[in-house]
Design a protein around this ligand. Sequence first.
Ligand SMILES: [Fe+2]
Length: 253
Amino acid sequence: MLFEMDPLPLLEADAERRAALQARIDGHEVGVSRAVVAPDLIERLTGWLAGVGRASLPNYVALTPGAPNAHRVNRWDERSFVRANYHQFSFNPWNQDPFDVFRLMAPVFRLRNLLAGAPSEKYLGRAPEEGSIARMLFHFYPAGEGCMNLHRDPVGPHQVAVPLMAMSRFGADYSAGGLVLQDAAGVLRAVDAELAPGDVVWFHPQQPHGIETIDPDTPSDWLSFRGRWSGVFAVNKLQGEASIADAADLGRG
Ligand SMILES: [Fe+2]
């Protein structure tokens, strides 16, 4: 169900190519940018994150100016607009990290901005813009438990297309579950088998999507870090700012 997109530098340089891409995304087609980050670098990054996750306590850290990078666990948290089970590692643009994740992921954030009609570097600086900043989130969905309900995300000046990076390999790291998207006919389509670590899929925020339980028959063990990693290119309001419209949970995927 995926269509192959032009390379990110070509799209960044050419407004006509971007308009053609956005028209397909608006029609609830799902695009893919291949090998945005090399698979061996993805493996080093997820290995490092797993080490951080095993060796330090998860904690909720509010998104305020200067907030540190952090990781937390969400297990059907009732305060979340979209119910889910996952381990989240969050990176803010003002912090240091050994992988310099914003430099690594910048081409995706830039295209995300340009599609929305915003300057390519918006939200990527140290100071918030319109009360918002870019955040790189890594989500780990553990085998046996990791999932996210089917939902829609808000459309607005901050987003008209949602990019998600595959960071695990279907058939090797896990063999059931993963990203599903509802096609224009209302049929849920699984896409992970068509992706390699470092590929980025792009879809419309209002296209219902979710994560079906990863290897549902495996006993869950959050510290084994067996399961599915993905990269989320977010733009979030800082705490205390009026909220960007909330995502709509459509119930269990
Ligand atoms: Fe979403």
